[in-house]
Design a binder for this molecule. Structure first.
Ligand SMILES: [Zn+2]
Length: 340
C-alpha cells in the first residue's frame, strides 16, 4: 500500500514524459520497488499468498492506469499550448518583396520605348559563327576585334563557309541573321542580348548587354536615324536631355557616327562626370552596302541605319543612378541591389 501511494503521488507530480519513464522504471522495472516486493511473496505463509497476490495486482493496475492517465493529460496540455500560440486574429508577418534586377528593368524599359515606334524585339545566338559576328559585317581578316585578347573563341573545327565559333562580342551579329529571317525589307529590329569580351575592370565586365537597332527599307536616310535617336533619348533619359551625332568609324556602317547625350548631372553645362556637358552613348550609322549584300539585300534598292549601345551604359547614364564599379551589377550583393 505504501508503494502504491508513493508511486501514484510521484506520477501525479511528474511534469514530463521523461520523468514518467523514470518513475515507471523505479517501481515496475526489473529491479523496481514493486517487482522486488513481489519476489518476496514466496516468504509469505501459503494461506496468505492469495490475498497478497490479489493486492499486488491491484497495486500494479493502479500504478499503470495512473501512468496512462498522466501521459494522455500531458499530451493534451501540449496540444492545447500549441493551439493557444497561433492567434489568427493577430497582424501577419509581412513577407519581404524583391524586385527585378536593374538590368532586367532597363531591358524592359528600352524594349517598350522601341516597341512604340514599331521595332520588334528579337534574340539571336550568343555562341556565334565568325561569319555573322565579323565577316558578313565587313570586318577584314586582320581586324583587332578578332584578336584572342578581345574575343572569346570556342574550341571547335572552323566551318568552311562560316569560319570559327566565338562568343558574340556584340549584338550586331543579329543584323545579318535578321536580314536572312525577313528576306525582304521593311526591317525594324531590336536585338537585346548578352555579349562577351575579354575585359574586366571598373567600367567593363566580361559579360554585358547590348541593344541593337536595325532599320532597312526604301529611302531610309540619316534623318530617320537622328529622329529615332532623339525619340529614344527623350523617352529614356527625360524630355530635358538632348542628343548629338559626331563622325566616327565603324566597319559595318558608312557614314558612321558616335552619339552623345547631354549630361544629367550638370544639364549640359560641364562637370567632372562629363566632357563639356556631353556623355558618350554609343555608335550608330547608315548600314554599309557590303553588309546589306551579305544579308541578301540589294543596296541599290534599299538603305538602312543601325545603332548598338550597352544596356549597362545607358542605365548608369540615366539620372539618379551612380555606380562606381560596373561589376557590382553582377555581384549578387543584396545590400547594393536593394538600393534601387
Ligand atoms: Zn556633366
Amino acid at each position: 500500500m505504501q508503494i502504491k501511494n508513493s508511486a501514484v503521488s510521484m506520477i501525479i507530480d511528474a511534469s514530463d514524459q521523461k520523468e514518467l519513464e523514470e518513475i515507471k522504471l523505479q517501481f515496475l522495472g526489473r529491479s523496481g520497488k514493486f517487482t522486488l516486493t513481489l519476489k518476496n511473496i514466496t516468504k509469505v505463509p501459503a494461506e496468505k499468498r492469495a490475498t497478497i497476490g490479489k493486492l499486488a495486482n491491484e497495486v500494479k493496475d493502479a500504478i499503470e492506469s495512473t501512468l496512462e492517465e498522466k501521459i494522455s493529460s500531458l499530451k493534451y496540455q501540449a496540444s492545447d499550448r500549441r493551439k493557444q500560440s497561433i492567434d489568427i486574429t493577430g497582424p501577419g508577418i509581412k513577407p519581404e518583396i524583391g524586385h527585378l534586377h536593374l538590368i532586367t528593368q532597363a531591358i524592359e524599359e528600352v524594349s517598350e520605348i522601341f516597341n512604340h515606334i514599331g521595332f520588334t524585339r528579337v534574340r539571336y545566338p550568343e555562341v556565334e559563327w565568325d561569319w555573322y559576328a565579323f565577316e558578313a559585317l565587313n570586318f577584314p581578316q586582320n581586324h583587332p576585334a578578332r584578336d584572342d585578347w578581345e574575343t572569346f573563341f570556342i574550341k571547335q573545327t572552323p566551318d568552311a563557309k562560316k569560319g570559327s565559333v566565338i562568343l558574340t562580342p556584340h549584338t550586331s551579329s543579329g543584323q545579318i541573321r535578321e536580314m536572312e529571317r525577313k528576306k525582304t525589307p521593311p526591317i525594324r529590329m531590336l536585338n537585346i542580348a548578352k555579349c562577351y569580351r575579354r575585359q574586366s575592370d571598373v567600367s567593363h565586365s566580361p559579360m554585358f548587354h547590348q541593344f541593337e537597332g536595325l532599320v532597312v527599307d526604301k529611302s531610309i536616310s540619316i534623318t530617320h536615324l537622328k529622329g529615332t535617336l532623339d525619340y529614344f533619348v527623350k523617352s529614356y533619359f527625360g524630355e530635358d536631355r538632348k542628343s548629338r551625332i559626331r563622325p566616327y568609324h565603324f566597319q559595318f556602317t558608312e557614314p558612321s557616327l558616335e552619339v552623345d547625350v547631354t549630361c544629367g548631372v550638370c544639364k549640359g553645362k560641364g562637370c567632372k562626370l562629363c566632357k563639356e556637358g556631353w556623355l558618350e552613348l554609343g555608335g550608330a550609322g547608315m548600314v554599309h552596302p557590303n553588309v546589306l549584300k551579305s544579308g541578301g539585300i540589294n543596296p541599290k534598292e534599299y538603305t538602312g541605319f543601325a545603332f548598338g549601345w550597352g544596356v549597362e551604359r545607358v542605365l548608369i547614364m540615366k539620372e539618379g543612378i551612380k555606380i562606381d564599379d560596373l561589376r557590382l551589377l553582377y555581384s549578387s550583393n543584396i545590400n547594393f541591389l536593394e538600393q534601387f
